[in-house]
Structures are given as structure tokens and as C-alpha cells.
Ligand binder design. Structure first.
Ligand SMILES: NC(=O)c1ccc[n+]([C@@H]2O[C@H](COP(=O)([O-])OP(=O)(O)OC[C@H]3O[C@@H](n4cnc5c(N)ncnc54)[C@H](O)[C@@H]3O)[C@@H](O)[C@H]2O)c1
Ligand SMILES: [Zn+2]
Length: 427
């Protein structure tokens, strides 16, 4: 190991936890009035909360046509990928025994809430990722919320993307009040069954506290990237991909895993100048992220590199390596995999299609990222006809009596007698 730094995400501090708890309680009881009050106090916003069509149209007029074209390109890819996911989920019906029929069905949630963060960068692509995916899942009402920026409200391009992706209602409301408005169904919106989308520590904590009665996509920590590079990798491109993702924030971990020591040294030496190429505060952020969170892990073999990648379970896993088929089969823990030096995580972040809302902080050990599945409930159903009844009722009755559950046994046994409820009752 050439350089090491801890890679753990910052957990919500007690302060943030308490603040969010108090805010959610106030929002639950105070509704729209409390939300307006927070919008004014925290974001200086006194304009309309439900974004009027005229504002959306005015924003669209401000978005340059080349950016509109790029967003249309990205939106088409993200939607097509999400629709393919939806098509891969087949409802089914199966006869388990003669007369015993059961099935599975995917039903979209009745309403979803998609949060689009504000902040240092305009998270235009995030709007497409959450809203277009909910749309492809077939969610009948999508509420989206984003914090106001200066002046007219939500950033114009972000607002344009939210509308393009298919948001039914757009709330100019950030942070905890935005999340709560969607979850509680404020401002005339249907209460969201699931909340999706990234955000700052207040947003993440609000989602965490609401989880249970409301579903959530994930509790996102800082974004992370692991690059696996072999002797064939171009050190300049590896350094650029590492620095590029480090611009997300100073707490974003990035790892280079390699079995080629000259490459490790070359990349390490190139990083400072590569970060500087980002310019301004982006350069400072990337450099700070690399200095605090960057790590180069030197391995002896391809298999050891794969084990390191699986152990870390990164959000983004990028292979600058040969034998891509071997890697694709071997690797088992990542949010999204980028195969080969021709592609890059930036493609996935903005435009290529697979979702960019992905598990961070090692959560890729147990889950993948945002997909249509998060907006769908996979439910089951069953029916039984005469042919199935004797065996099914007998098995149920015996198990129930062994458990001491007489009521269950009686319900089962009643099905053994004729079909009419009265006969069953007399038996
Ligand atoms: N993991 C991902 O895929 C991904 C993608 C995009 C953005 N992000 C994250 O989104 C975040 C954007 O952060 P942001 O803060 O700029 O925007 P945000 O939209 O997440 O939060 C802004 C809101 O925070 C609230 N807030 C700020 N200070 C507060 C306080 N002291 N008390 C209560 N509420 C307060 C305000 O209401 C404001 O509207 C970043 O952390 C970024 O890393 C993550
Ligand atoms: Zn990124």
C-alpha cells in the first residue's frame, strides 16, 4: 500500500439528528405553513412553493439549445434503460400442485417523491435519474422538490430537466421541508409512498427518520470510485478519472487498485497536476479529496485485485484493464461497473443510461442502485380449487395444531367440507 486514508462516511451527527427530528415534528403538525416558514428562514424563499407552469416555461426559455439537446440525449438513454429494467420484470402465475395456483405481480407505488439537490453544483442529471426512472416504473404521480437558488427559484436547467423527465408537481422547497412535503403530501400533493434522490446530511437524515411508513431508495454517503488498472492502463487517463470524480467533494473516497507498481507511482505523481487542470475551487476540492481520501493499493495478482475490489464494494468500479470478460464475471460487489478505458464514470453520471444513484460507503455488498424496482411493489396472490383442497387443508391443519394455533387449524379444516359458507360453518 503506497498511501492510505480512512474511507468511512461521516454519520449524521447528534445535532443534525435532533434538528431533523424537531423539524419533521413541526412539519407534520404545521403542514404547508411550517414548510413555507422553513423555506423563508433557511433559504430566503417567499415565492410560490408549487412551481407554476409559467415559471417552468420561463426557465426553459433560458436553457441554451445545445444543453437541451444534451439533456434530450441523456433522458432518452436513462428512460430506455429503465424501460428495459421494467420489461425484465415479468408478472407470472404458476400451478404449484393441481388446483393450487399462485402468482406474482409488480405494481407501481401510487406516488413517488424525487428530491433534486441544490448546492455547489447544479444537479441537473440527478433530476433525470430519479424522475425518469419513476416514470418508467409507471408511477402515476411524481412529486419533485428542489431548493431555490437565487432570484427566480430552482436553477433553470434543473427545473427544465425535472419537467422533461416527467415530474407532475414541482415544489420549490429544499432540505427537510422538501422531503417532508413529499412524504406528508403537503401543498395538495399525494403523500409519496417512496422518497428517492440524493442530498446533504439534513436530506439524508430526514429520509432515514421517515423510513418505515415511507420507503426510501437509499441513505447516500459521499460518492466513491475504485479504479482497477493493470500494466496496460494509461496513467494519465487513470489520474484524470480519479481527479475528475474527486471533484464531487473533499470526503469522496477514491482508490486505485493495481498489480503494476510503476503505474501506481506514475499515477501518484500525476495527480497534483491533474487536479490543478480542473481549475478554481474544483481543483482545490479534488486535491483535498485525494489527500484525505485517496488510496493506492498494490496487489500481487489479478485475483488479489478482484478480492480488494469486492472487499471495498465501491459505488463506481472502473476497469482500466484487459480481459474484461474475466473481470465482469469475477467481480461481485459494486454499484455500477465501467468496463474498459473507453468508458468513464462521468458518462454514467450524466448521460449513458444506467442510473447514477448508487450505493455508497460499502452498501454495494448488499444492494444495487436506484432502478424501476424501487418504485414497484412485487406482490403475490394465490387461489385454491377443489383439486388442491384435501392435501392443502390437511397440511395446514397439522402444522397449525403442532404450533398450538387452533384457529388456523379450524379455518383450514372448514375448507375440507363443501363449498358453501353455511356448510363450512356447520361442519
Ligand atoms: N450521491 C449522489 O449521487 C449525489 C449526487 C448529487 C448530489 N449529492 C449530494 O447532495 C448534496 C447537495 O448539498 P446541498 O446542501 O448543497 O443541497 P441540498 O439540496 O441537499 O440541501 C439544501 C437544503 O439544505 C437545508 N439546510 C441547509 N442548512 C441547514 C441547516 N443548518 N438546518 C436545516 N436545514 C438546512 C436547506 O433547507 C436547503 O434547502 C451534497 O452533499 C452532494 O454530495 C450526492
Ligand atoms: Zn461523478
Amino acid at each position: 500500500m503506497i498511501k492510505s486514508a480512512p474511507g468511512l462516511p461521516p454519520a449524521a451527527t447528534g445535532d443534525i439528528r435532533d434538528t431533523v427530528e424537531i423539524m419533521l415534528a413541526r412539519l407534520r403538525s404545521g403542514g404547508d405553513t411550517a414548510a413555507r416558514d422553513y423555506a423563508r428562514r433557511l433559504d430566503g424563499w417567499t415565492g410560490p412553493i408549487v412551481t407554476p407552469r409559467s415559471t417552468i416555461e420561463a426557465a426553459a426559455a433560458q436553457v441554451p439549445s445545445d444543453l437541451k439537446e444534451a439533456l434530450a440525449y441523456a433522458h432518452a438513454n436513462i428512460s430506455a434503460f429503465a424501460r428495459a429494467q421494467r420489461a425484465s420484470l415479468q408478472d407470472f402465475e404458476t400451478e404449484l400442485r393441481p388446483g393450487l395456483i399462485a402468482g406474482q405481480r409488480s405494481i407501481p407505488v401510487s406516488a413517488a417523491g424525487c428530491y433534486v439537490p441544490g448546492g455547489r453544483y447544479a444537479h441537473i442529471a440527478s433530476a433525470l435519474m430519479t424522475i425518469a426512472t419513476a416514470k418508467a416504473a409507471g408511477v402515476p404521480h411524481i412529486t419533485a422538490a428542489a431548493p431555490p437558488r437565487d432570484g427566480p427559484g430552482i436553477d433553470a436547467a434543473t427545473l427544465y430537466a425535472m419537467d422533461l423527465a416527467g415530474a407532475d408537481t414541482i415544489l420549490t422547497l429544499g432540505g427537510v421541508q422538501g422531503i417532508a412535503a413529499m412524504a406528508f403530501g403537503l401543498f395538495g400533493t399525494p403523500a409519496a409512498a417512496i422518497l428517492a434522490g440524493p442530498g446533504n446530511a439534513y436530506v439524508a437524515e430526514a429520509k432515514r427518520q421517515l423510513f418505515g411508513p415511507t420507503g426510501i431508495d437509499t441513505v447516500a454517503g459521499p460518492t466513491d470510485l475504485l479504479i482497477v488498472a493493470d500494466a496496460t492502463a494509461d496513467p494519465g487517463l487513470v489520474a484524470l478519472d480519479l481527479a475528475g470524480q474527486a471533484e464531487h467533494g473533499p470526503t469522496s473516497p477514491c482508490w486505485l487498485v493495481t498489480d503494476h507498481e510503476p503505474l501506481a507511482r506514475r499515477v501518484r505523481d500525476l495527480i497534483p497536476d491533474t487536479c490543478a487542470r480542473l481549475g478554481g475551487t474544483n481543483a482545490d476540492t479534488a486535491r483535498a479529496a485525494w489527500d484525505a481520501m485517496g488510496e493506492i493499493i498494490l496487489c500481487d495478482s489479478r485475483e488479489e485485485m478482484a478480492q480488494e475490489a469486492d472487499r471495498i464494494a465501491p459505488e463506481h468500479l472502473h476497469l482500466h484493464a484487459t480481459a474484461l470478460d474475466w473481470w465482469q464475471t469475477r467481480l461481485t460487489a459494486y454499484g455500477s461497473l465501467f468496463l474498459g478505458a473507453e468508458t468513464t464514470v462521468a458518462f454514467g453520471d450524466k448521460a449513458s443510461g444506467p442510473n447514477h444513484v448508487l450505493p455508497t460507503s460499502g452498501a454495494a455488498r448488499y444492494t444495487g442502485g436506484l432502478s424501476v424496482h424501487k418504485f414497484l411493489k412485487t406482490v403475490t396472490w394465490q387461489r385454491a380449487t377443489d383439486a388442491a383442497l384435501p392435501a392443502l387443508a390437511r397440511a395446514t391443519s397439522r402444522i397449525s395444531r403442532a404450533e398450538g394455533m387452533t384457529g388456523h387449524a379450524l379455518s383450514a379444516e372448514a375448507r375440507l367440507h363443501a363449498h358453501s359458507p353455511t356448510t363450512a360453518l356447520r361442519a
